[in-house]
Design a protein around this ligand. Sequence first.
Ligand code: B12
Length: 272
Amino acid sequence: MRENAEALRAEILDKLKALGADCAGVAAVDALRNGPSERLFPNMKDHSRDHFAEEITTGLPHGAVYWEADAKSVIVFAVAHPASRPELDWWCGEIDPPGNKRLLSVSRQFKAWMAEAHPDISVHPKRYHVERGGVYLKETALAAGLGCIGRNNLLVTPEFGPRVRLRAMTISAELPSTGPIEFDPCADCDAPCIAHCPQQAFSEVIYTPEETGLDHLPGRDGRYYRASCAEQMKRNEDEAKLGMMPEVCDHPEKIIKYCRNCELLCRVGREN
Ligand code: B12
């Protein structure tokens, strides 16, 4: 039975790569229930209910993850967003960045392929926002062995550093997990990623293990302040200039280039 599950897992991961994923892995749903992010939410401070979490469509408490009744494993994959291809992360007005489109396209094609190849297994592509049915993607990727959560509060992969975007799908088949892995490039690093944050979002510890009962906190030791980071992103929106992105839109729109200092300054997996 286990051999079958391993063969299915290999087939699934190969397919995802053939469809355009740059890395992919599997985690068990049970290993992800009630993880640190989900547990932090009830203790979050002034910034817990920012506009990223306004619309809750799962009917669950704020920050809680919705798991489908038949979900046994989560498949998580990444599309690399190298510094040399910044446009993958640019919003064209309200239009999704090309990188997001690629993630969606991989999910859709994968679901269609599974319906043909394994009609007995259900596949549920997860939404981006947790409040609308998504999962905590970094914790999922960590459990699936795609990398570690770095001091910049991002998933850092051995191949591409933090310069990836993630997506997940739950499936009804029980597959062996591909992670976690032993990997910690932050241990001996002087952390340029957090030193050069334009909002100094990592300058002060705002969550402690004592206060939250958690060992794993934003920015590892509780020093990532979401409100400052969101302030920078709001500034990026306000400063966006009209431009053209012919591959996604045929008229000029405001091109929003969100700050990526904490990913671009990380030395892991850089192209040069
Ligand atoms: C809401 C959101 C935002 C908000 C708030 C961010 C936040 N962290 O709260 C804003 C708009 C500010 C934001 C900013 C950014 N975001 Co954002 N965001 C999200 C979203 C939708 C949910 C994140 C969330 O609410 N987390 C919950 C909070 C409570 O947890 P947390 O801050 O992550 O801290 C937890 C972890 O660090 C964990 N942890 C730490 N160490 C360890 C160790 C272990 C062993 C474990 C188990 C856990 C663990 O414990 C903490 C909780 O106590 C995710 C997509 C998703 N569905 O997951 C993308 C996501 C995290 N964002 C992403 C990106 C790229 C960015 C930005 C670079 C902006 C940009 N250009 O896109 C910045 C970077 C911010 C940063 N350094 O963390 C990517 C990250 C990719 C990666 N390599 O990790 C994601 C996964 C989206 C994607 N498409 O792939 N984001």
